[in-house]
Design a protein around this ligand. Structure first.
Ligand code: F6R
Length: 607
């Protein structure tokens, strides 16, 4: 959700800023811009569309200067035009911003009444105007910027350049993440450490309400009350190389094919292969005593929570309230005393998931985050975290983050079932063995890529696609439909297979492919019945089951893919792979922008 970056250094800043923006483009990519300070004056280049357009502008008209700020945008206020692209400029102040300034209309009215002229439709433009107004009234730059930030409501991260002889970057964090990077005689700031990975590994995360002044020697940080504070400088393990595409055409493809390895890494954190027992770290609540859980997340991560609900309830007898982040805090959830929250997120910056965590924490409930970015806001605010070891996920559509979330939740559910006396050692050994086998089984599925590519070529002609499944496979169907929609732009919906006859079955004809997720679990026969109802109405069925299931249902199916036989407990992890591959190859066949689908952004830091 918008990426921001700033550099104050010794080399020309614009090429470094552009490179850093490439690493942030996953956050938003509808327009971009850079401003630098050259001999006391601010110059800027901006372009609508992808970063390549800005690169062309810069090649035609290079920007000089060793201090600058840059931005890649995901539009919230105002269309994705060049004019609305950041940095925004007024009275010698340039600003890049991530987040939303909620009181911008009031501020704009006030500033316009004072005679200031606005040029854009954005909420951001009030910031340079406010700072410029305070400068005009005699305030020093730092004071002017701090007073301006004090007037803003909402969640934001800001970086500012101020015209003048003194060179520094001013940055502020409230609600949106910001990382400061330390170089040799150079300082950097970025929306995340990934942006700064090729420049430095020494990173300092700003805390809520922090304001910082960066010069070439270091950073001076003030907390929300204006007191000087120290924040720890940590070494990140991220490197520039970690975010290449390797031999793959897209990040999404690379990330799908990384799953055997990252699932292995994630599972090994909870169980040694051969040990057949899950070991969990200390949690902020007692698994044997907690009366109920709330599992909250957004998008794909919310489907991981839905699957976890089946696991916790079915295996451990522990009730789970499944919620979507954007709904949770607005529906006055009834929370039981002692109820714990589990919050699942790849980025750890999703605004609604964070807000849900804060809602529960404020009411005194213990909160656990399952998160892929350990330095993220969610990770820092939760009482404790379980880390998914997926590594950086760059493709906008979540793949390896989702399956590693499932692996983590599966281990948590097994551990919970054991301490609640619901699992014999034999059954625990069976389940952990099934989990141990997951990476190898995933590899087997990935090796069938040719088959998925063939099916996808046909699917690419569809206008609507339905996905059905029962139990955990309903959630896998939901994930499949989301993946197809977001990267191929084909309309897709998921239904619990038993619900079809209550309405959606009216959609079935020979033009609507129906993807049936049917592992041979306790509900297989029921799903089979629903599949036959579709077949009887001329539906074109694509079946995912194991060899026996496919053999049995072959007469009713247009295409079927036999997946490795598995314990039904792990089927949600394995059956996710085909829905990912199908979506990916369909998008490739349609020629859409797989890694940066239209209108989307990787990290949704606004409500
Ligand atoms: C879909 C997708 C999104 C995210 C959602 C939550 O492919 O990636 O639905 O799952 O925006 O993001 P995180 O996991 O970062 O909280």
């Amino acid at each position: 959700m918008c990426g921001i970056v700033g550099i104050i250094g010794v080399e020309e800043a614009a090429p470094l800023l552009l490179e850093a923006l490439r690493r942030l483009e996953y956050r938003g990519y509808d327009s971009a811009g850079i401003a630098t300070l050259v001999e006391g004056r601010i110059e800027r280049r901006r372009a609508a569309g992808k970063l390549d357009n800005l690169a062309r502008e810069l090649a035609a008209e290079p920007l000089r200067g060793t201090i600058g700020i840059g931005h890649t945008r995901w539009a919230t206020h105002g269309r994705a035009t060049r004019n609305n692209a950041h940095p925004h400029l007024s009275g010698g102040v340039a600003v890049v911003h991530n987040g939303i300034i909620e009181n911008f209309q009031n501020l704009r009215a006030e500033l316009e009444a004072a005679g200031r002229r606005f040029e854009t439709d954005t909420d951001t433009e009030v910031v340079p105007h406010l700072v410029a107004q305070y400068l005009a009234s005699g305030a020093e730059p730092v004071e002017a910027a701090r007073r301006a930030v004090g007037r803003l409501e909402g969640a934001f991260a800001l970086a500012m350049l101020v015209t003048g002889t003194q060179e520094f970057l001013l940055v502020a964090r409230r609600g949106s993440p910001l990382a400061i990077g330390y170089g040799e005689g150079e300082m950097y700031v970025g929306s995340d450490a990934l942006a700064l990975a090729p420049l430095t590994t020494r990173i300092q995360y700003l805390e809520e309400g922090d304001f910082a002044i960066l010069d070439r020697e270091g950073a001076r940080i003030l907390d929300a009350e204006g007191r000087p504070v120290e924040r720890p400088i940590i070494r990140t393990a991220l490197s520039g190389a970690m975010i290449g595409k390797g031999n793959h055409r897209h990040f999404m493809e690379k990330e799908i094919f990384e799953q055997p390895s990252v699932l292995g890494d994630t599972l090994r954190a909870f169980a040694d292969p051969g040990d057949h027992r899950i070991s969990l770290p200390e949690l902020p609540f007692a698994l044997d005593a907690v009366p109920r859980l709330a599992a909250v997340a957004c998008g794909t991560a919310s489907y991981a929570c839905l699957i976890a609900k089946y696991w916790f309830e079915g295996l451990a007898g522990l009730a789970v309230d499944w919620d979507i982040g954007s709904e949770f805090r607005y529906r006055a959830p009834v929370l039981q005393p002692g109820q714990a929250g589990i919050f699942v997120s790849q980025s750890g910056e999703t605004a609604d998931t964070l807000a849900a965590l804060r809602y529960m924490k404020e009411r005194g409930h213990p909160c656990l985050a399952i998160v892929n970015v350990p330095e993220s806001s969610l990770a820092r605010e939760a009482d404790s975290i379980l880390r998914t070891l997926a590594g950086p996920e760059i493709g906008v559509a979540s793949t390896k983050a989702f399956t590693t979330q499932l692996a983590t939740l599966a281990c948590l559910a097994i551990g919970t079932a054991r301490v609640r006396g619901r699992l014999t050692p034999e059954r625990e050994a069976e389940l952990t063995r099934a989990l141990d086998e997951v990476p190898a089984r995933v590899l087997q599925i990935l090796q069938q890529q040719r088959l998925f590519r063939e099916i996808a070529e046909e699917l690419a002609n569809a206008r609507d696609v339905l996905y059905i499944g029962r139990g955990t496979s309903h959630a896998v169907a939901m994930e499949g439909a989301l993946k197809l929609k977001e990267i191929s732009y084909i309309h897709a919906e998921a239904y619990a297979a038993g619900e079809l006859k209550h309405g959606p079955i009216a959609l079935i004809d020979e033009t609507v492919p129906v993807i049936v997720v049917a592992p041979r679990d306790a509900l297989f026969e029921k799903t089979t019945g629903n599949l036959q109802e579709v077949a009887a109405r001329g539906g074109r069925i694509i079946l995912f089951s194991d060899a026996e299931g496919c053999g049995q249902l072959a007469p009713y199916c247009w295409r079927s893919v036999a997946l490795p036989a598995c314990d039904p407990f792990v089927s949600p992890i394995l059956y996710t792979i085909p829905v990912q591959l199908l979506a990916y190859y369909t998008a490739v066949s349609k020629g859409t922008d797989v890694d940066q689908p239209r209108n989307l952004a990787k990290s949704v830091t606004v409500e």
